[in-house]
Structures are given as C-alpha cells and as structure tokens.
Design a protein around this ligand. Structure first.
Ligand SMILES: [Zn+2]
Length: 304
C-alpha cells in the first residue's frame, strides 16, 4: 500500500509518533470511524475527513486543471493536495511543494498558466507533513527560491529529507510576520495543533476594482489523542482562524473549501465562486466540532 499522508498524519491519529518513520505501515491502520459529528447537514468522522482530504493515490499525484482563483492567486496543485502560486511583478511565491514526486507536475501547471517555474522567488509552507512540504528541497534546487518556515515547524521540516536531501530553510518566521514580494504581502498566522507550526496565511487580492481578504487555511484536523498541550494549541488555532478577515477561504486540501465544486462554477461564467465569505469558517466548524467530540470521548473513557 502506498503512503497515504506522507508523514505522520495517520500516526498522529494513533498518537504514536515513534511509528512515523514508516508511514506506509501507518496507512495500514486507518483512523477511527468515531466520533461522528454533523455540521450543516453533513456527517463527518476522522476516517471520512482523512479520506475526503486525501482522495486516492491517483488524486494525490494527478494535476487538477491549473486555474486563477482571484486576482494574482492561482491553483497549481493536484486533485487533493493544494499548491498556490502568487504572481507579482518581482517574481512569484509558491505555497506548498507537496510530495517531491509532484514537483514536476506543479512545474507543468505553472507553465500551463503562462508563468515560469524559475520565477518562483519565495517558497512557503502550510505545515510540516510530507504531503505538503516534502518537495521543498527540489523546488529550491530548481528555482533558487528562498524557503521560509514557521519557527515551531522547523524541527519537523529538518527531519524531512527525501533522498537524503537536507530540508532548506533560509528564513525562520514567527507568528504574524509578513512576507513581501513585488507589492504582495502574506502574513503568517500561527495556528498550531495539527503540527506545532501549522501556518494560516492571509493576503489580499484585487478583482473588479475591489479588494478581497484571502485566507490559506492550515489543517485544523485533530489527532485521536488530545494531550493538554494539544488542547491549548487547538483552542488557540480555532480562536485565531475565526478572527481573521476572510472573503476567500482556501486550504491545504481542496475539499476543505469545495474546490472542485467551485471550479466547476467558474466555467459557467458569472461571479467568482471562490468569493464566498459565508463558508469561510466551515472547515473550522467541522474540525472544532470533531475536536470537542474527541475530547468528550476521551474524558468519558477516562472516567472510573
Ligand atoms: Zn497534515
């Protein structure tokens, strides 16, 4: 069986990170099918959320049609693993290299949109799991981009060495630090829990003479076992995410913002379906409900 989530997502469900080196083994143990939570008429379990996020192995490595989301922001990822390109007059920013084996696919999508892969000057990340950042060293090799990472995710990134390559980190970022290039500003918000340095990025984009707030959400998916430290981290993350200005919500997996459904509407013309402030907190709603359900189950089990 192929590795489902790259690094430790599944072992995270078990709360046993020592099993992590062999992630393919971890996939043999799917996450629990309980608790179940229902949000806006849709029922979710840890297993269904992971399946929704990851899709099949083919989904993870097959390019989704590259497209403009809004303003200077483009999607260049696969069917289920997001990769975003922010285009500026002084070069471009890439968020998430995904798996190393996807880098050539991302390069092709960038080229298909009429941009040059070598114009990527800055590489950012969502969080230190292989399905989002394993390809960083290869992107750095191909483009010379500056790789920037949230301080709290640096240890996990340094342990990520595909083919023995050192994980490049040119700049360490801290909560609310801004990254700027060619008039674009992206702000890094620390939204920990899923990983210690899980980063929600915010920026603005212009369309039709208006300015819109864009949020690149980090994963808020809780593990099966919540330690007091994790509870604090997730509470902080949910609070932070809910306070961020948002007209366009994006995420590290397309399913978190109904990418495929919204993209289908783009083709019909009309207003931009990605501008959808009403659904900005949907992912936080789902994951926070799951977080509380897991916590309740855990407290119930601990009762004598
Ligand atoms: Zn992850």
């Amino acid at each position: 069986m192929k590795n489902m989530s790259g690094m430790c997502s599944l072992t995270g469900f078990l709360g046993v990170l020592v099993l992590c080196p062999d992630a393919s083994l971890a996939q043999a143990v799917p996450p629990a099918d309980h608790p179940a939570v229902t949000v806006k008429g849709q029922t979710y379990t840890p297993r269904s959320i992971l399946a929704r996020n990851m899709g099949t192995e083919t989904d993870r490595i097959t390019a989704f049609p590259p497209h403009r989301i809004i303003g200077n922001i483009y999607y260049v990822g696969t069917n289920t693993l997001s990769s975003f390109l922010i285009v500026t007059p002084q070069g471009n920013i890439l968020i998430d290299s995904t798996y190393e084996r996807n880098v050539a696919t991302i390069e092709k999508s960038v080229t298909q949109l009429g941009f040059k892969f070598s114009d990527i000057k800055i590489l950012l990340g969502n969080h230190a799991h292989g399905d989002h950042q394993e390809g960083d060293a290869l992107v750095k090799q191909m483009t010379g981009a500056q790789v920037m990472a949230m301080a709290e995710d640096v240890p996990a990134l340094q342990a990520m060495k595909p083919g023995g390559k050192e994980h490049p980190i040119d700049k360490v970022l801290h909560d609310t630090e801004a990254v700027t290039l060619g008039g674009a500003t992206l702000v890094a918000h620390l939204t920990p829990g899923h990983t210690p340095g899980c980063t929600t990025w915010t920026t603005t984009a212009q369309e039709g003479g208006k300015t819109y707030n864009v949020m690149f959400g980090c994963s808020l998916r809780p593990p099966a076992v919540l330690t007091p430290a994790l509870v604090n981290e997730f509470n902080r993350a949910f609070k932070t995410v809910r306070a961020l200005p948002c007209d366009v919500q994006l995420g590290d997996h397309g399913a978190q913002y109904n990418m495929q459904e919204k993209y289908a509407k783009v083709k019909d013309g009309g207003s931009n379906p990605f501008i959808d402030p009403a659904s900005c907190t949907l992912e936080a709603d789902v994951e926070e409900a799951m977080f509380h359900a897991i916590l309740a189950e855990q407290q119930q089990a601990a009762r004598p």
